[in-house]
Structure formats: C-alpha cells, structure tokens
Design a protein around this ligand. Structure first.
Ligand code: FAQ
Length: 314
C-alpha cells in the first residue's frame, strides 16, 4: 500500500482482502481493533501452550516406563515449541514477547481454563491427549485459514503435532482399557473429571461470547464456540464407545433429526470462576511460571550480553 492512500482507502483495501478471503500480512495496513484482537487471541493461545506444559509435566518423573517417559517428554517439549511459534506470530503485530510474558505472570492476560485443573493420576496423561488435544484440534484446524498470515501458518504445523498428540493419548488409553480393572477405572475416573472442562475450552455459549461475531467478520475465527463444541462432541462419542468408557452426561444421545449428539450444558459459572482466577490450580500455575521466569533471568542476561558484545540485537 502506498503512503498516499488516505484512511478510507486503507480501510477499503483491508476489507477487500478479507472479502476475497486472502491474507493480511504484517506490513499491510490493518484496523487497530483487528490488531488488538489478534494480539489478545494469539497471546492467550501462546500462554496456554506454555502453561499447558505444567499439568502433564507433573508426570514426567513418574511415567511407568522409559517408553512412556520419552513419549511424554517429547509431547511436553512440543507444547513449548508451539508457544514459541505463537509468540513469534504475535511479535509480527508489534508487541514484544517480554511484554506478553510480563502480562501473563502479572495475571493481566488469560490462558486456557483447562490448564487450571490438577492431574491426579497417570490416566490424566492419556485423557489430556485424547480430550484436551482433541478439543484443541477441533478449535485450531479452522485457524489454519485465519485471515492473518503468520497466525494461520503457525497453526498448520501446530495442528499436525496436536493430532499426533491426540493419537498418543488415545493409544495410551487403549493400552489402559485393555489392562486391569484398576486401570480401566483410572481411565473412567479421569474422563469424568476432564469431560466438562474440555467442553468449556471452546469458550462461553455464543449468546455470551462478546468477541465471536466481530472475529468471524474479520475471518479470524471461522466457526462459533458452540459450533466447534458440537463438532467435538460428535467426534468424541464414538471414540469413547470404542474405549468402552462412559462420558459423564446422562443426557448425551444421538438426535437423528439434527444429525448431531444432544448434550447437557456445562456449568458456565465454573468457567467464569476459572477464567477469573478461582480455578483449582490458577495460583499454583502462575506461581510456577513466575518462578521459572525468574530462574531464567541469567540466561536472558547472558544472551543480551553476548548480543551486545557481537554487535547484534537480541
Ligand atoms: N479459557 O468472546 P469469547 C491447547 C475468554 S491450546 C480462558 O468467546 P474469543 C494445546 C476470552 O479470551 C488451548 N479464557 O472469546 C495444548 C475472552 O476474554 P477477553 C488454547 C477464555 O477469543 C493441549 C472472554 O473469555 N487454545 O490446548 C476461554 O472469541 C494439551 C470471552 O470469550 C486457544 O487459545 C477459556 N476456555 O473465543 C497444550 C485457541 N474461553 O480477553 C498443552 C485460540 C473464552 O475478551 C496440552 N483461541 N475465554 O476478556 C480461540 O479460539 C478463542 O480465543 C477462544 C475464545 C475460542 C478460546
């Protein structure tokens, strides 16, 4: 775009790109509200990947075999990688990673509610892979078509890895449900705890989602929260049946007329409480992240000193 275009032409150019379903790139003009929405969503997404390392990280030292430990270690490392791609995508919008980290550890930016629940048994590793990565895939595959180029491109690789994660979770659960009665009970108990929080990952119901309509208008989101939640339920019920696991919703049943499963409303007051800081592990997750950031100060200082000495920038 040339500097001679006035604001109205710039706005029109932006709208034409969105209407043609093409991509906005970092150097293109964009409305400030579009930029802010992307920073909010991408930062929250990046923070979720980083905080999301904690619940499963809890089991790395206690995995039951070397094979299971290697798999879990690799999975948790992948989540760190996703956080890095996403912070890099956010930086193309003119924000600094340090500033985003500061906002996370001071509680001024959100991360996904799901990571504020504890991991109480080893079955949680499998159930997180199956349900949490499963929900993440449903939500994130459409983001590969997001109107903002760097976010859409980051999502392509992330989704490939997330679907691998989902399969590793399911493979672990298949091994457990084919094991002892105690192992089957562990899988059922874990599923009972994670089912409702997984449904809440998609966000509030459409009627209470202040951002959906504008984000869809801009081609950031491609589906509403409720549409994706339904897609997840439809995908997951047959998987639960194959595992021989019961999903903890007595009203879950196929509705032939709609061509979808009917299911109960999650407890939205619980989502509100968890998002606003009162979930079972919010304080612990943030304290751990804060401590890790402080412990890493010497690495950042060393990198900055090295860059200054060699005349580069950090
Ligand atoms: N948790 O108007 P909406 C993963 C907030 S990554 C916390 O509907 P929007 C990988 C929302 O930000 C999981 N906050 O908002 C993994 C907004 O806040 P604000 C993360 C939530 O943005 C797996 C307010 O409520 N994925 O799992 C939640 O249009 C295993 C109103 O809501 C992403 O971030 C929630 N569940 O839709 C890692 C995907 N729901 O700032 C390790 C990208 C809503 O206006 C292990 N993000 N809020 O006050 C998105 O698709 C969207 O941001 C939504 C929310 C769908 C999450």
């Amino acid at each position: 775009m040339t500097a001679t275009l006035d604001e109205q032409d710039l706005q029109q150019g932006f709208e034409d790109v969105i209407a043609a379903d093409q991509r906005i790139e970092p150097r293109d003009w964009m409305p400030e509200a579009y930029r802010k929405t992307l920073v909010r969503q991408i930062a929250q997404h990046a923070h979720s990947e980083i905080i999301g390392m904690q619940p499963e990280g809890n089991w790395i030292l206690r995995a039951p075999s070397l094979r299971r430990k290697a798999i879990l270690l690799a999975k948790v490392q992948d989540e760190a990688g996703h956080g890095m791609y996403l912070y890099a995508a956010a930086e193309t919008l003119g924000v600094d990673r340090e500033e985003l980290t500061e906002k996370l550890i001071s509680g001024r930016q959100k991360y996904s509610s799901i990571f504020n629940y504890p991991t109480l048994s080893y079955a949680d590793v499998g159930v997180i892979g199956w349900l949490v990565d499963g929900a993440a895939i449903c939500n994130q595959v459409p983001l590969c078509r997001c109107s903002y180029g760097p976010y859409a491109r980051a999502m392509i690789r992330i989704c490939k890895e997330e679907s691998f994660h989902q399969r590793q979770g399911y493979e672990l659960l298949l091994a457990m449900v084919n094991g002892t009665d105690a192992q089957r009970e562990m899988v059922q108990e874990s599923t009972n705890r994670f089912w409702w929080p997984s449904l809440m990952m998609f966000g509030p119901p459409d009627a209470d989602s202040p951002n959906t309509s504008q984000s869809m208008g801009w081609g950031i989101k491609r589906h509403t929260n409720d549409e994706l939640r339904q897609r997840f339920v439809d995908m997951t019920v047959p998987q639960a049946e194959a595992l021989g696991i019961t999903l903890p919703d007595p009203d879950l049943r196929w509705n032939a007329e709609r061509g979808h499963y009917d299911f109960s409303e999650p407890d939205w007051s619980e989502l509100k409480a968890v998002i606003s800081g009162s979930g079972p592990c919010n304080a612990q997750r943030l304290a751990h992240r804060r401590r890790a950031h402080e412990d890493g100060a010497w690495v950042r200082d060393a990198a900055a000193a090295y860059a200054a000495k060699h005349g580069g920038s950090r």
